[in-house]
Design a protein around this ligand. Structure first.
Ligand code: GLU
Length: 493
């Protein structure tokens, strides 16, 4: 059996979005699930549409997601170079070989002539098809034109009758009438190949066994197969994938600058969660499990799970999944990713930064309560600065508190703390809790009537990560007392 080899072949004509990343991921998984190689090939033959910086995004994204290539730029193997603009001579040689075989021909048509053809085709509404003007030029005319240095392109000579059929691993058998196939350009007048030619030559020379790409290439595939046949090369397995849609009517697109991996990371999504989620956009595992690491995907991925229908990128589902990833992450890793963010909340508010034990407690307090890392500042801001709040927050039927009870409760809590230096010296959530239960009992109040007003006073929020005593511990004795006094003042006025 031939070793499985796949390639991700981005064109730097725009910034890689998550649909492109999914293609790379599927290519990688098909290779790795079969013990094969995954290659990176840069398809930069369309120099006019070259976008500066687009390649950096490709390299950085693959690196950050752990989709490591076995061969490619900077990782030379036997089939390099892996950047098409450095392979010019190869394409020229193969294009000329096709001319010799009678499967391609020189075309000397001028730009002006082609433009006028295009205009008349547009007027007819037929879509542009080259009229095959140079297809049967006499040999001596060709030789004279070449000798005179007249610019030329090389075009594929499509059969004029019959059909071409191929099998796609996702879409099944596809048949086209050969007469509908355009005599497409293989080699441009600047000596560079078109994508349509270079992909075939390179996929063959690089030993690619599986070609994964967007289904917009389905209709061109018969043309590629005719090239493979003309050369006598083995046709690879085609895996065409339905697009990822940003809504019901629009595909994700490079031109529109749609969501990239790094946009999502900047919004607080974890690389593992992004990869896991986009893998499921267009592929279904055989069981019900949805959570997979990249390593696990390498074992379970199979082409048969790839879907024919487009999938909609659902940010809510990704957000949920990301939240699950955060909850399942080990604490050490979470802390290493978030402590700086937590610290910055205090620095930005220009208040004293708590010591590192407290910073860790704050981070762990929100770990189970956020879906993205970007939610952290908003969730913990109240610990740095007490928000302004409405006294209505003190009214809670179930907790049996109202403004009067809260005022009384905050006062007895303040007095009790002041009268008991031992609580201050042993300021931790459990000790504070036990102490306050005693205060409630002594004052014939329910626990909730002590804890609810305290939580409101220290947070100014209707809902908080953590209960009253956890928050008090984090705020420290002095800040807790300051907030209690503030609450008393608000309720007194
Ligand atoms: N260079 C093509 C693109 O970026 C790749 C298509 C393919 O994988 O063959 O769309």
């Amino acid at each position: 059996m031939k070793k499985t080899r796949t390639r991700f072949a981005p064109s730097p004509t725009g910034y890689m979005h998550i649909g492109n990343l999914r293609t790379a991921l599927y290519e990688y998984l098909i290779a790795k699930s079969n013990g094969g190689d995954f290659l990176l090939r840069i398809e930069d033959t369309d120099q006019e549409r070259y976008v500066e910086g687009a390649l950096d995004v490709v390299f950085n994204t693959l690196k950050a997601t752990g989709i490591e290539y076995d061969e490619g730029p900077g990782k030379e193997g036997d089939c390099g170079p892996y950047i098409q603009s450095q392979r010019r001579d190869i394409y020229k040689k193969y294009a000329e070989m096709l001319v010799e075989k009678g499967a391609a021909y020189y075309c000397f048509c001028t730009k002006e002539r082609l433009e006028s053809l295009k205009t008349s085709d547009e007027a007819l509404g037929t879509g542009f098809n080259y009229d095959r003007h140079c297809r049967d030029l006499p040999k001596d005319v060709i030789a004279a034109n070449l000798a005179a240095g007249i610019p030329y392109v090389i075009r594929q000579k499509m059969p004029l009758s019959g059909t071409t059929t191929f099998t796609d691993a996702v879409y099944g058998d596809i048949t086209v009438e050969n007469k509908t196939l355009d005599d497409q350009v293989l080699l441009k007048s600047d000596g560079l190949p078109t994508y349509n030619f270079a992909n075939v030559v390179d996929d063959h020379l690089m030993g690619i066994t599986h070609v994964v790409r967007g289904n917009e290439y389905l209709s061109s595939t018969p043309k590629y197969n005719l090239l493979y046949e003309a050369f006598g090369w083995e046709i690879p397995t085609y895996v065409h994938c339905a697009p990822i849609m940003k809504d019901e009517h629009h595909k994700l697109s490079k031109r529109n600058g749609d969501a990239s991996f790094f946009d999502l990371v900047a919004k607080g999504y974890l690389p593992e969660a992004i990869l896991n989620y986009i893998c499921l956009l267009g592929w279904s595992p055989s069981g019900n499990e949805e959570f997979y690491t990249l390593k696990e995907l390498e074992n379970v991925f199979s082409i048969s799970g790839i879907s024919k229908s487009p999938a909609i990128f659902d940010i809510e589902k990704l957000t949920w999944m990301n939240g699950e990833y955060i909850k399942r992450m080990d604490d050490e890793k979470f802390l290493s990713m978030t402590l700086d963010t937590v610290k910055k909340v205090f620095e930005d508010a220009n208040v004293a930064v708590p010591d590192s034990d407290i910073l860790k407690k704050i981070a762990l307090l929100v770990k189970t309560r956020i879906n993205t890392l970007a939610e952290i500042p908003e969730k913990i801001g109240f610990l740095a600065v007490l928000p302004d709040y409405d006294n209505e927050l003190y009214v809670h039927k179930k907790m049996k508190t109202d403004r009067e009870i809260s005022l009384q409760s905050l006062k007895v809590t303040e007095e009790a703390f002041e009268a008991s230096p031992s609580v201050k010296d042993n300021w931790n959530s459990q000790a504070i809790y036990e102490f306050l239960i005693g205060v409630a009992e002594k004052n014939e109040l329910k626990n909730s009537q002590i804890l609810w007003p305290l939580r409101t006073a220290v947070s100014g929020l209707p809902a908080t990560p953590g209960g009253a005593t956890e928050l008090a511990e984090i705020l420290g004795y002095d800040e807790t007392m300051r907030r209690i006094k503030d609450g008393i003042k608000r309720l007194t006025n």
